[in-house]
Design a protein around this ligand. Structure first.
Ligand SMILES: Cc1ncc(COP(=O)(O)O)c(C=O)c1O
Ligand SMILES: N[C@@H](CCOP(=O)(O)O)C(=O)O
Length: 472
């Protein structure tokens, strides 16, 4: 399997290369040269497989020759062995039509663990074959940070620098990052928003002084391997609800467009998906883009669903690439315009291509709280604010055939956002025992102004060069 950049100018890479590369050198995102396909019979044969086995089947065409099938199965078994539920991503029914797919049974209580537990192992596997040292630079609005740190803390040949917007993550999210005191972990709180942090990370991939010295790698969903792992749970849910003989719709609380793009990939691979509902909070650039073709960023407004307080959704570029017939030159021009003006208008062709599978909804604070209350009163389920936004969109979706089940992705454990949950439902969900004495532990975090120069200097001073020698 070869991977190409959405902007057409970077060298194509194999799976190992793309996992270690992160962002393409032309500023684009890597995607498979062609979408692998499963036949109806191949999908039918997946019914009932244990999660780790299903994961190995779905990932195999993306991994290509970079891992043997046996090694891939060993890695998926190890990655999903740390989940606190035997089903890894259990499905729960709320009423005759609505379901939630619980993606928060990993070590850090959010869906990010599903991909990052695997990515940590892939880094270790591929680094074991080389001399190189990796410098992971990531941006987080709260959940990617803790999941990535958990996945790589204490591992040899890796340093991780994680940027989060100061004061804009929940206490649980912050402590899950800052109480990890392993020497290869650096937490940085910046003045600014997640978008500012993400822009700095992307800039570092194109900073020759940094990439010349350090092996900069990504743990955000700009890294293809992240999305590959997320495709699996769409299959897992749909297979339980009757796929491939029955279509299923998914409602996805969306920020950086990674999770819902994984659903798109599942559909391109042959999974019968009726619709992907993109649910946003009031930071609604994606709702405006999908409903009116207007992809223009405005100022980020902090909300009770902070992980979705995002206005520049990196993975939307991957969808736009497909939606313009993979015309890399046209897409590069469109994205350069967006990078310069923070606004772009989708072409009619792109809008038509996207409308076949996607719809969208915007959810405000009142609607979110109401969805939380409904889930609790109707089904006894306590949902986190992000999941509640997805559920609101699922319950208000128009024109879905009556026999299609709707699965909302439950992206975080409610205890991560305990104050918002208590305000809406009166329930204060306890932290699961697996996170331990989070509020007793010492924190370590540096604070930096929100400028690229400050962050680059901080990383350059502390990171290990790709040669692995500090004196290099
Ligand atoms: C809890 C939670 N829900 C939803 C999202 C949005 O997912 P994505 O950025 O993949 O669209 C995030 C952050 O990414 C998150 O942490
Ligand atoms: N909500 C995310 C934002 C980063 O998204 P990613 O999926 O691209 O890593 C977070 O929790 O950090």
């Amino acid at each position: 399997m070869k991977y190409v950049s959405t902007r057409g100018q970077a060298a194509s890479l194999d799976f190992e290369g793309v996992t270690l590369a992160g962002l393409a050198s032309d500023g684009g995102l890597y995607v498979p040269e062609a979408w692998p396909q499963f036949s109806h019979d191949e999908i039918a044969a997946m019914v009932g497989l244990p999660y780790a086995e299903l994961a190995a089947r779905i990932m195999a065409p993306f991994v290509g020759d970079s891992l043997t099938p046996e090694r891939l199965r060993e890695l998926t078994t190890q990655a999903y062995g740390r989940f606190a539920h035997a089903a890894v991503t259990p499905l729960k029914q709320l009423d005759e039509r609505q379901w939630v797919l619980e993606l928060f049974h990993g070590p850090t209580l959010a869906f990010k663990d599903v991909a990052l537990q695997m990515l940590g192992l892939l880094f270790e596997e591929f680094l074991g074959r080389r001399e190189d040292h990796l410098t992971i630079v990531g941006a987080t609005s709260g959940d990617t940070g803790s999941a990535a740190i958990d996945a790589v803390a204490g591992r040899a040949k890796v340093d991780i620098f994680m940027l989060h917007p100061e004061g804009r993550v929940s206490d649980v999210q912050r402590r899950q990052m800052t109480t990890v005191l392993a020497p290869n972990v650096y937490n940085i709180a910046i003045d600014g928003s997640f978008d500012d942090a993400q822009a700095m990370v992307k800039r570092m991939f194109n900073d020759a002084a940094m990439t010349g010295t350090f092996g900069i790698a990504a743990v955000n969903s700009i890294n293809w391997a992240r999305l590959m792992s997320q495709v699996v749970y769409y299959f897992a849910a749909a297979l339980q609800l009757g796929a491939p003989h029955r279509k299923v719709a998914f409602s996805v609380p969306t920020g950086n467009f990674g999770d819902v793009f994984a659903g798109y990939v599942a559909a391109r691979m042959g999974l019968p998906v009726e619709r992907l509902i993109v649910a946003t909070n009031i930071n609604d650039i994606l709702h405006r883009a999908l409903s009116a073709g207007d992809y223009s960023a405005s100022t980020v407004t902090p909300t009770a669903a902070p992980s979705m307080d995002i206005q520049v959704s990196s993975n939307f570029e991957r969808l736009l690439f497909d939606a313009c017939g993979r015309d890399a030159a046209a897409l590069a021009a469109q994205m350069q315009q967006f990078d310069a003006t923070k606004a772009l208008q989708l072409t009619n062709a792109q809008r038509e291509a996207i409308a076949g599978l996607f719809s969208s909804a915007r959810c405000d604070a009142g609607q979110m709280a109401q969805a939380m209350r409904w889930a609790y009163e109707a089904a006894g389920e306590v949902l986190d604010p992000h999941t509640a936004i997805g559920l609101h969109a699922a319950r208000t979706a128009q024109d879905l055939p009556a026999d299609v089940p709707v699965v909302t992705l439950a992206t975080a454990h409610p205890a991560k956002f305990v104050d918002a949950v208590e305000r809406a439902t009166g329930v204060r969900p306890p932290l699961p025992a697996r996170v331990g004495d989070l509020f007793e532990r010492q924190e370590r975090c540096d604070h930096l102004p929100g400028t690229y120069e400050a962050v680059a200097a901080y990383v350059a001073e502390r990171a290990t060069p790709k040669s692995g020698r500090k004196d290099a």
